[in-house]
Ligand binder design. Sequence first.
Ligand code: SF4
Length: 123
Amino acid sequence: MTRTTRDITTRRVALKTIAAAIAGIGAARIVRAAGETIPHLTDSNPAAASLDYTEDTNDVDPRKYPQHTAQQRCANCKYFDPKAGTGGPYAPCRLYPGNAVNVNGWCAGYAPPAAAAKSDATR
Ligand code: SF4
């Protein structure tokens, strides 16, 4: 059986349609993931309350947390996961699964990024 030009053209169209459908499914997943929102962490969360989570690192009580510095904030904590966020001021924190924290927030669970902690340890 020989292939005709029409058979080859039909096959090409079918493959392009399948490729476009697969690309469309991938794009839909990305849009849905970006559009999803998770609840913002509040002190009604017992773990957040026990670690004194605040949405503004400048509100941290220096008498209670003398080790805290103004540079410490969720945005540079190793538990902050901006890639899982929507690009806004909130993103998930791995210490509080299912909750988003503010980039300017802080809690007593703060930990510097692994690279910074490693370089601090060598000083
Ligand atoms: S663990 Fe880090 S990212 Fe999570 S709330 Fe505390 S300071 Fe923010």
